[in-house]
Design a protein around this ligand. Structure first.
Ligand code: LMR
Length: 342
């Protein structure tokens, strides 16, 4: 199949067709000359932490199952874009995804957007404490009602903002239009800053910025660099206002129908790939920020302590706006586990 033609055809019928093919291939003999195929779709480039970890999982899964499993990784939205990939997973047209947590509310409930609350995590290790603890595991289990099994959390890192004007104080955001991921919390975040929010798939952001249809965006440095967003923006602020991370998820029916020994081996490969993702993500973002700076194409601003205090104050109301959507009990549990002051 030529995946490059996907954007020009009816994706819904394509997804349904692929789902039927996938369902047929789920009759899995315990040992087969034909490997079990796991299609793993994601929306970033192969040279990001997630892209590398997906390839590491492929390598481990194929080696540890002795070739009984083949993992096909489709990076950079080559198979599906953000929203489509979730539908494809539920229909069984792909078996594995690693969407950002911001994109999981539609299948796992509004509490997933707790991770988008501004300045929630003081450090990467605080994030990890939350996801590996009871609250993180409880959230993953909520995906099951949508026919999805959560296998792991993968770290990425803290986000930066870019725009075509300096973003030093909250007032600098006024009147601008920012791309955000599909999360009500992120929309609220832009609103409290006096900006507007536009939800678009990552693959379109560079073009929208270049054409002036968006004024700015937020993302981790690796995504800014690999999507070449720094080439179409003049200013970047290292704000660390939000945290981007992922859940690796699979179609639950597919997973349950795997032979027991294969499933256990894949779970172990996933644990190793997770350790790898989490070990490299911080350094990948530091390196990307340096590469962005080295291009000399964009002015980089680090918030002073006074500016940071203003940003925190300006964004604090987001949590109140989201009370109807994210349960206060989940916010409290995450804050407590992360060690964030209430
Ligand atoms: C985004 O849409 O900006 C991110 O979720 C992309 C990613 O997967 O890192």
């Amino acid at each position: 199949m030529n995946h490059t033609v996907l954007p020009s055809i009816n994706r819904r019928s394509l997804v349904q067709g692929l789902a039927a093919m996938a369902a047929a291939s789920w009759v899995l003999p315990a040992r087969s000359a034909n490997p079990i195929v796991i299609q793993f779709s994601h929306v970033v480039t192969p040279d990001t932490a997630k892209g590398k970890a997906a390839l590491r999982f492929k390598q481990l899964a194929e080696a540890q199952t002795g070739g009984r499993v083949r993992v096909e990784v489709y990076p950079d939205s080559t198979l599906y874009k953000d929203r489509e990939e979730m539908e494809a997973l539920r229909l069984g047209a792909v078996q594995m995804l690693a969407p950002s947590l911001s994109k999981l509310a539609g299948v796992g409930g509004g509490d997933f957007e707790v991770f988008d609350l501004p300045f929630l995590f003081p450090s990467q290790s605080a994030f990890r404490t939350v996801t590996q603890g009871p609250v993180g595991q409880r959230l993953l289990s909520r995906l099951e009602a949508s026919g999805i099994k959560g296998l792991a959390y993968w770290d990425n890192g803290f986000k930066v903002f870019t725009a075509n004007r300096p973003l030093r104080t909250p007032a600098d955001f006024r009147g601008l239009k920012f791309r955000v991921q599909a999360s009500r919390t992120l929309v609220a975040q832009m609103k409290v800053l006096g900006a507007s929010a536009s939800i678009s798939p990552l693959i379109q952001v560079e073009e929208l910025l270049r054409k002036g249809e968006l004024d700015g965006q937020e993302n981790v440095p690796t995504n800014v660099f690999t999507q070449r967003l720094h080439e179409v923006q003049s200013h970047l602020t290292v704000s660390r206002h939000g945290y981007l991370a992922y859940a690796v998820i699979v179609n639950a029916t597919f997973w349950q129908r795997l032979p027991e020994d294969i499933r256990r081996t894949l779970e172990s490969a996933m644990r190793e790939a997770t350790q790898y993702a989490n070990a490299i993500s911080e350094a990948e973002n530091e390196a990307a920020l340096k590469r962005i700076a080295d291009t000399g194409r964009i002015a980089i601003h680090h918030l002073s302590p006074g500016e940071l205090a203003q940003w925190r104050r300006a964004m604090a109301p987001v949590a109140d706006h989201m009370r109807e959507w994210i349960s206060p009990a989940t916010v409290a549990a995450v804050r407590q586990a992360a060690g964030t002051p209430p």
